[in-house]
Design a protein around this ligand. Structure first.
Ligand SMILES: [Zn+2]
Ligand SMILES: [Zn+2]
Ligand SMILES: [Zn+2]
Length: 238
């Protein structure tokens, strides 16, 4: 028996020796790890024989594969935009990309699901943002895809309003995850997605207003978060 008396989430038996943890922190025993795989998106277990697999090695359950987004869809983006009380000013190029295109993360940390890159131009001695590039991992279920788009859009919005010195990287991650969580709540998205985004947000501790060097910028964000809450109640806009 292991020290913590942990129960395997697949066979529901106490785990004897080695325990394995999924991205969402579920415990699995050695025997079940051999026979089952967890879906990269929803973390549910599927029999290895029946699990679908993307060519990049990700296992996916049939439900997630059925509703997945494989290419950029302008209509879907317009729908997301309508729900947001904020939006980056500069033009954005969207792409749905392979796992290899996105920066790799350390082993045992959740998969990288998207990236937002500001494109800058030199004007005199000032570097100005002229557009953004947003990349989203291919094969994400629709609601999760939208949540990641919102996350990356908020990175773009932050890039337009804050320099790296003004906003701590971890604070930025917290804020972006928070925005996608507000979005999912407003859409009344299914629970696993909200749980996944929330778990992502909880990796970061949010510092408070006093830590911000620039009070004005902090006030903007504070107002945004408050408005998002209000609007969510009123018109399901986040
Ligand atoms: Zn087991
Ligand atoms: Zn799944
Ligand atoms: Zn991020």
């Amino acid at each position: 028996m292991n020290k913590n008396n942990e129960i395997c989430r697949v066979c529901l038996e106490p785990v004897k020796r080695t325990t394995y943890k999924t991205g969402l922190g579920k415990t699995v025993c050695a025997g079940c790890v051999r026979q089952y795989r967890n879906c990269f998106a929803c973390d549910e277990f599927v029999d290895k024989e029946r699990a679908l697999r993307f060519s990049d090695g990700r296992y996916v359950c049939s439900e997630c594969a059925r509703g997945a987004v494989y290419e950029f869809d302008a209509k879907q983006l317009a729908k997301i935009k309508r729900r947001l009380a904020w939006f980056p000013e500069m033009p954005i190029a969207y792409k749905v990309v392979s796992k290899e295109t996105l920066p790799k993360r350390r082993r045992r940390t959740p998969l990288n699901l998207g990236r937002s890159k500001p494109i800058c131009e030199n004007h005199g001695n000032q570097l100005l943002i002229v557009s953004h590039e947003i990349e989203i991992l291919i094969g994400l279920p629709r609601e999760l895809h939208e949540a990641i788009v919102v996350h990356e859009l908020f990175h773009a919005w932050l890039h337009e309003h804050f320099t790296d010195e003004m906003l701590d990287k971890k604070d930025a991650e917290w804020l972006c995850s928070h925005m996608s969580l507000l979005y999912l709540r407003a859409c009344r998205a299914k629970k696993p997605w909200r749980k996944i985004i929330k778990a992502g947000r909880e990796q970061y501790l949010f510092k408070h207003a006093a830590d911000f060097k620039d009070k004005v910028s902090w006030q903007i964000i504070h107002r945004l978060l408050r408005e998002a809450k209000k609007k969510q109640k009123r018109s399901r806009v986040c």
